[in-house]
Ligand binder design. Structure first.
Ligand SMILES: [Fe+2]
Ligand SMILES: [Fe+2]
Length: 252
Protein backbone atom coordinates (compact mmCIF):
# COMPACT_ATOMS: atom_id res chain seq x y z
CA UNK A 1 0.00 0.00 0.00
CA UNK A 2 1.20 3.52 -0.79
CA UNK A 3 2.40 5.49 2.21
CA UNK A 4 -0.32 8.13 1.85
CA UNK A 5 -2.98 5.45 1.54
CA UNK A 6 -1.60 3.71 4.63
CA UNK A 7 -1.69 6.94 6.54
CA UNK A 8 -5.28 7.63 5.45
CA UNK A 9 -6.32 4.15 6.56
CA UNK A 10 -4.52 4.63 9.87
CA UNK A 11 -6.23 7.99 10.37
CA UNK A 12 -9.62 6.40 9.83
CA UNK A 13 -8.76 3.71 12.41
CA UNK A 14 -7.64 6.32 14.94
CA UNK A 15 -10.74 8.33 14.18
CA UNK A 16 -13.02 5.35 14.82
CA UNK A 17 -11.28 4.65 18.14
CA UNK A 18 -11.70 8.26 19.04
CA UNK A 19 -15.43 8.17 18.19
CA UNK A 20 -15.68 5.57 20.93
CA UNK A 21 -15.84 2.41 18.85
CA UNK A 22 -14.84 -0.70 20.77
CA UNK A 23 -11.08 -1.05 20.63
CA UNK A 24 -11.19 -4.86 20.38
CA UNK A 25 -13.53 -4.71 17.40
CA UNK A 26 -11.45 -2.10 15.57
CA UNK A 27 -8.26 -3.96 16.40
CA UNK A 28 -9.73 -7.23 15.20
CA UNK A 29 -10.54 -5.70 11.85
CA UNK A 30 -7.32 -3.76 11.54
CA UNK A 31 -4.93 -6.18 13.22
CA UNK A 32 -2.64 -7.03 10.32
CA UNK A 33 -2.71 -3.50 9.09
CA UNK A 34 -1.76 -2.02 12.48
CA UNK A 35 0.99 -4.60 12.89
CA UNK A 36 2.70 -3.26 9.77
CA UNK A 37 2.66 0.38 10.86
CA UNK A 38 5.77 2.06 12.19
CA UNK A 39 5.84 4.37 15.19
CA UNK A 40 6.81 7.22 12.87
CA UNK A 41 3.76 6.69 10.66
CA UNK A 42 1.60 6.55 13.75
CA UNK A 43 3.02 9.81 15.08
CA UNK A 44 2.57 11.48 11.70
CA UNK A 45 -1.02 10.26 11.32
CA UNK A 46 -1.79 11.54 14.81
CA UNK A 47 -0.22 14.85 13.93
CA UNK A 48 -2.43 15.14 10.83
CA UNK A 49 -5.51 14.50 12.95
CA UNK A 50 -4.40 17.31 15.27
CA UNK A 51 -3.80 19.60 12.31
CA UNK A 52 -7.31 18.78 11.12
CA UNK A 53 -8.74 19.98 14.40
CA UNK A 54 -8.67 17.01 16.77
CA UNK A 55 -8.17 18.25 20.33
CA UNK A 56 -4.80 17.28 21.75
CA UNK A 57 -6.48 16.14 24.95
CA UNK A 58 -8.56 13.68 22.87
CA UNK A 59 -5.41 12.48 21.18
CA UNK A 60 -4.06 11.64 24.58
CA UNK A 61 -6.77 9.01 25.12
CA UNK A 62 -6.44 7.76 21.62
CA UNK A 63 -2.73 7.42 22.04
CA UNK A 64 -3.32 5.15 25.02
CA UNK A 65 -6.06 3.21 23.28
CA UNK A 66 -4.18 1.87 20.29
CA UNK A 67 -0.81 1.59 21.95
CA UNK A 68 -0.86 -2.18 22.40
CA UNK A 69 -0.40 -2.49 18.68
CA UNK A 70 3.09 -1.04 19.09
CA UNK A 71 4.24 -3.64 21.62
CA UNK A 72 7.39 -4.77 19.82
CA UNK A 73 8.60 -1.27 18.84
CA UNK A 74 10.79 -1.01 21.94
CA UNK A 75 12.59 -4.29 21.30
CA UNK A 76 13.23 -3.30 17.71
CA UNK A 77 14.59 0.08 18.79
CA UNK A 78 16.89 -1.43 21.44
CA UNK A 79 18.53 -3.65 18.84
CA UNK A 80 19.40 -0.62 16.71
CA UNK A 81 20.85 1.56 19.49
CA UNK A 82 24.62 1.68 19.96
CA UNK A 83 25.91 1.56 23.56
CA UNK A 84 25.79 4.94 25.29
CA UNK A 85 23.24 6.39 22.86
CA UNK A 86 21.11 9.08 24.60
CA UNK A 87 17.96 7.03 23.93
CA UNK A 88 19.53 3.96 25.52
CA UNK A 89 20.20 5.95 28.69
CA UNK A 90 16.62 7.25 28.74
CA UNK A 91 15.23 3.72 28.24
CA UNK A 92 17.46 2.36 31.03
CA UNK A 93 16.21 5.14 33.31
CA UNK A 94 12.62 4.18 32.47
CA UNK A 95 13.39 0.64 33.62
CA UNK A 96 14.58 2.02 36.98
CA UNK A 97 11.58 4.34 37.29
CA UNK A 98 9.22 1.40 36.66
CA UNK A 99 10.85 -0.40 39.60
CA UNK A 100 10.19 2.63 41.84
CA UNK A 101 6.56 2.61 40.75
CA UNK A 102 6.22 -1.07 41.53
CA UNK A 103 7.68 -0.41 44.98
CA UNK A 104 5.35 2.54 45.50
CA UNK A 105 2.36 0.40 44.57
CA UNK A 106 3.45 -2.36 46.93
CA UNK A 107 4.09 0.04 49.84
CA UNK A 108 0.80 1.83 49.32
CA UNK A 109 -1.04 -1.50 49.51
CA UNK A 110 0.77 -2.33 52.75
CA UNK A 111 -0.09 1.02 54.30
CA UNK A 112 -3.74 0.71 53.26
CA UNK A 113 -4.06 -2.63 55.03
CA UNK A 114 -2.34 -1.77 58.31
CA UNK A 115 -2.95 0.14 61.49
CA UNK A 116 -0.60 3.02 62.22
CA UNK A 117 1.19 1.11 64.97
CA UNK A 118 1.86 -1.78 62.58
CA UNK A 119 3.85 0.39 60.17
CA UNK A 120 7.56 -0.25 60.64
CA UNK A 121 10.37 2.31 60.52
CA UNK A 122 11.75 0.40 57.56
CA UNK A 123 8.51 0.81 55.62
CA UNK A 124 8.54 4.56 56.25
CA UNK A 125 12.16 4.71 55.09
CA UNK A 126 11.34 2.76 51.95
CA UNK A 127 8.48 5.11 51.15
CA UNK A 128 10.78 8.10 51.69
CA UNK A 129 13.34 6.56 49.38
CA UNK A 130 10.81 5.95 46.60
CA UNK A 131 9.44 9.51 46.93
CA UNK A 132 12.99 10.91 46.76
CA UNK A 133 13.82 8.83 43.69
CA UNK A 134 10.70 10.04 41.91
CA UNK A 135 11.71 13.65 42.59
CA UNK A 136 15.09 12.75 41.17
CA UNK A 137 13.54 11.96 37.76
CA UNK A 138 13.59 15.68 36.99
CA UNK A 139 16.78 15.57 34.94
CA UNK A 140 15.37 12.72 32.89
CA UNK A 141 12.38 14.86 31.90
CA UNK A 142 14.58 17.92 31.33
CA UNK A 143 16.80 15.96 28.92
CA UNK A 144 13.72 14.83 27.02
CA UNK A 145 12.20 18.28 26.84
CA UNK A 146 15.34 20.22 26.03
CA UNK A 147 17.33 17.95 23.76
CA UNK A 148 14.92 15.49 22.17
CA UNK A 149 11.50 17.10 21.81
CA UNK A 150 12.63 20.25 19.90
CA UNK A 151 14.28 18.08 17.21
CA UNK A 152 11.16 15.92 16.83
CA UNK A 153 9.03 19.05 16.61
CA UNK A 154 11.34 20.46 13.94
CA UNK A 155 10.11 17.57 11.79
CA UNK A 156 6.53 18.74 12.19
CA UNK A 157 5.60 16.15 14.83
CA UNK A 158 4.37 18.30 17.71
CA UNK A 159 1.27 16.49 19.03
CA UNK A 160 2.96 13.60 20.86
CA UNK A 161 5.68 15.82 22.37
CA UNK A 162 3.11 18.29 23.66
CA UNK A 163 1.20 15.47 25.32
CA UNK A 164 4.40 14.26 26.99
CA UNK A 165 5.16 17.78 28.29
CA UNK A 166 1.57 18.09 29.52
CA UNK A 167 2.02 14.83 31.45
CA UNK A 168 5.38 15.94 32.89
CA UNK A 169 3.59 19.03 34.19
CA UNK A 170 0.75 16.96 35.68
CA UNK A 171 3.17 14.53 37.32
CA UNK A 172 5.57 17.01 38.86
CA UNK A 173 3.34 18.52 41.62
CA UNK A 174 2.18 15.01 42.61
CA UNK A 175 5.77 13.87 43.08
CA UNK A 176 6.40 16.88 45.31
CA UNK A 177 3.19 16.25 47.23
CA UNK A 178 4.16 12.62 47.83
CA UNK A 179 7.53 13.72 49.12
CA UNK A 180 5.92 16.24 51.48
CA UNK A 181 3.29 13.75 52.59
CA UNK A 182 5.84 11.16 53.70
CA UNK A 183 7.52 13.75 55.93
CA UNK A 184 4.14 14.38 57.60
CA UNK A 185 3.59 10.74 58.58
CA UNK A 186 3.90 11.42 62.33
CA UNK A 187 1.86 14.65 62.31
CA UNK A 188 -1.11 13.66 60.19
CA UNK A 189 -4.12 11.64 61.24
CA UNK A 190 -3.44 8.16 59.90
CA UNK A 191 -6.74 7.89 57.92
CA UNK A 192 -5.96 11.25 56.29
CA UNK A 193 -2.42 10.13 55.54
CA UNK A 194 -3.68 6.87 54.00
CA UNK A 195 -6.25 8.61 51.85
CA UNK A 196 -3.71 11.08 50.46
CA UNK A 197 -1.18 8.30 49.90
CA UNK A 198 -3.73 6.18 48.05
CA UNK A 199 -4.68 9.09 45.80
CA UNK A 200 -1.11 10.16 44.98
CA UNK A 201 0.30 6.66 44.61
CA UNK A 202 -2.47 5.57 42.28
CA UNK A 203 -2.15 8.67 40.13
CA UNK A 204 1.62 8.39 39.87
CA UNK A 205 1.68 4.65 39.23
CA UNK A 206 -0.97 4.72 36.50
CA UNK A 207 0.04 7.96 34.78
CA UNK A 208 3.81 7.55 34.88
CA UNK A 209 3.67 3.90 33.76
CA UNK A 210 1.49 4.86 30.86
CA UNK A 211 3.75 7.83 30.05
CA UNK A 212 6.83 5.64 29.98
CA UNK A 213 5.08 3.09 27.78
CA UNK A 214 4.19 5.77 25.22
CA UNK A 215 7.72 7.15 25.18
CA UNK A 216 9.36 3.74 24.89
CA UNK A 217 7.05 2.46 22.17
CA UNK A 218 6.10 5.51 20.14
CA UNK A 219 8.06 8.64 20.91
CA UNK A 220 11.59 7.25 21.15
CA UNK A 221 11.27 5.03 18.04
CA UNK A 222 9.91 8.08 16.22
CA UNK A 223 12.82 10.21 17.47
CA UNK A 224 15.32 7.60 16.31
CA UNK A 225 13.73 7.58 12.88
CA UNK A 226 13.30 11.32 12.28
CA UNK A 227 16.45 12.74 13.93
CA UNK A 228 19.43 12.60 11.58
CA UNK A 229 22.21 10.25 12.70
CA UNK A 230 24.77 13.05 12.80
CA UNK A 231 22.79 14.98 15.38
CA UNK A 232 23.00 12.44 18.17
CA UNK A 233 26.55 13.24 19.27
CA UNK A 234 25.48 16.81 19.93
CA UNK A 235 22.37 15.60 21.78
CA UNK A 236 24.67 13.45 23.92
CA UNK A 237 26.78 16.52 24.74
CA UNK A 238 23.70 18.50 25.75
CA UNK A 239 22.49 15.57 27.86
CA UNK A 240 25.85 15.46 29.65
CA UNK A 241 25.53 19.17 30.41
CA UNK A 242 22.03 18.80 31.85
CA UNK A 243 23.21 15.84 33.91
CA UNK A 244 21.79 12.49 35.01
CA UNK A 245 19.72 11.03 37.82
CA UNK A 246 21.21 9.39 40.92
CA UNK A 247 19.73 6.11 39.62
CA UNK A 248 20.92 6.36 36.01
CA UNK A 249 22.71 3.07 35.25
CA UNK A 250 26.44 3.53 34.45
CA UNK A 251 26.37 7.23 35.34
CA UNK A 252 27.17 7.10 39.00
FE1 LIG B 1 8.75 11.95 29.63
FE1 LIG C 1 10.78 9.49 29.93
Amino acid sequence: MQQTARKEKLKSILDRLNQGEDIEKVKGEAKDFIAGISAKELSEAEQELVNEGLEESELRHLCTAHIEAMADELDQLKIKLPAGHPLETLIDEHTEILKFLEKLDELNNKFQNKLKEEITAQEIDELKEVAKNLIDTEKHHTREEETLFPLIEEKGITGPTRIMVMEHEDLWPRKEQLNELVDEFENLDFPVFKERLEELANYLVVTLRDHIYKENHILYPTAFEVIAEGKWSNIKKECDEIGYCSFTPNHK
